[in-house]
Design a protein around this ligand. Structure first.
Ligand code: MG
Ligand code: MG
Ligand code: MG
Length: 305
């Protein structure tokens, strides 16, 4: 029986590349694993797979009765619906510890670094397995994406050090330029539907007795959203209903000026105002310096619920 390897719902590049890289490592170590994904990939991930001849992991959303490695999450709200009927044999993650539990012993690699692929690189080193050139290139991109080319407060010395090593293996000299090329692809929002945008990088969290959804779009120039705000707000209202949320937020993150315009649809917006000590205007606020959902948004929201 194969073991499946996958990341969170609405998979980002870390989740997709991590599944590919971790599955490769595990297979080298004699296990039988298959990388999978829980949903559609983003244009950024497509760029990475094309650039480094990556194979798109197969779509699989049900895992009852299966053994699984999960990566880049440990929250039930970001897991397949039948995760409680699967056996989690390992967790590789760099987020807050979530609410998934297991009945059996498991392998755990959880650390506060900028990207799951940073941890996976350390796993390769620990097991003394060489990383193929193309996989190294993909892992490099995943780390550049998650750390916003090292600008995110989640980025650590380990992330920058490992990027250097992966770039060497992949034969890439100017990897910051590669990161910018990737973020320009990521900034392409024209032609995408509002729902595609609100859910492109969207995560749900159980907070007390309610659910909160937080999406994020990282772009090189916020003006791409100038004519889109109304449509985005309309969709956030729908999304809030569809997912039965107390609050639905969308971070429009400008990676060049380094900050986020936050759009809020909430049953009680005063909770958001309190969390960040701000006043919303037209259900929006600019949060200077805010780049990271996991470090600068979720920890402040959680205590309000
Ligand atoms: Mg992720
Ligand atoms: Mg990640
Ligand atoms: Mg991210």
């Amino acid at each position: 029986m194969s073991t499946y390897v996958f990341g969170h719902t609405n998979p980002d590049s870390d989740s997709i590349v991590g599944a590919i890289a971790l599955s490769y490592l595990k297979n080298k170590l004699g296990e039988d694993t298959i990388p999978t994904r829980q949903g559609k990939i983003s244009p950024e991930t497509e760029f990475i797979l094309n650039k480094f001849n990556g194979t798109l992991p197969e779509l699989k959303t049900s895992y009852a009765g299966e053994d699984v490695y999960i990566l880049d999450f440990s929250d039930k709200a970001q897991a397949p619906e039948d995760i409680s009927e699967a056996t989690i044999v390992g967790i590789i993650d760099h987020h807050k510890l979530g609410d998934l539990t297991t009945n059996t012993p498991l392998e755990c690699w959880i650390r506060p670094v900028g990207c799951s692929n940073t941890i996976i690189k350390e796993m390769f080193d620990y097991h003394e397995v060489e990383i193929p050139k193309d996989i190294a290139g993909m892992m490099l991109c995943a780390i550049l994406s998650d750390t916003v080319i090292f600008k995110s407060p989640t980025c650590t010395k380990m992330d920058t050090k490992i990027c250097k090593q992966l770039a060497e293996t992949a034969g890439i000299e100017d990897y910051k330029a590669l990161g910018m090329e990737m973020f320009i692809v990521k900034s392409e929002v024209q032609g995408a539907s509002p729902r595609d945008l609100t859910t492109r990088d969207y995560k749900k969290f159980d907070m007390g007795s309610v659910k909160v959804g937080v999406g994020q779009l990282e772009v090189v120039d916020l003006s791409v959203f100038d004519n889109m705000k109304e449509d985005l707000f309309a969709d956030l209202k729908e999304l809030k209903k569809d997912d039965n949320l107390h609050t639905c937020m969308l971070l429009l993150t400008d990676i060049m000026t380094e900050g986020s315009q936050v759009l809020v649809v909430s049953d009680d917006a005063s909770k958001i105002e309190k969390a960040f000590d701000i006043k919303l205007e037209n259900d929006q606020v600019w949060l200077p310096g805010v780049l990271s959902r996991k470090k600068q948004i979720i920890p402040f929201l959680q205590p309000q619920f």
